[in-house]
Design a binder for this molecule. Structure first.
Ligand code: SF4
Ligand code: SF4
Length: 65
């Protein structure tokens, strides 16, 4: 899973307050999710703007060995 923030973000910082790993920072007035994210989903639940989205990341394919 990968979380990302869309242009709907107003920079309100509400999501920062609930993130257990301090994975969100404000950059140029908009939130950004960093590699510290542990996919807990807390930020999505509190964002009143619906600015945080998630997408599935394709699995890494092995060579079958
Ligand atoms: S809670 Fe939503 S609108 Fe507020 S800073 Fe986070 S992503 Fe942006
Ligand atoms: S999903 Fe959880 S860990 Fe990741 S940025 Fe949102 S609140 Fe932080």
């Amino acid at each position: 899973m990968q979380y990302f923030i869309t242009e709907r973000c107003t920079g309100c910082e509400t999501c920062i307050d609930v993130c257990p790993t301090d994975a969100i920072r404000i950059e140029k007035g908009r939130a950004e999710i960093t590699i510290e994210c542990v996919d807990c989903g807390a930020c999505i639940r509190v964002c009143s703007e619906g600015a945080i989205k998630m997408q599935m990341v394709p699995p890494v394919l092995s060579d079958g060995k």
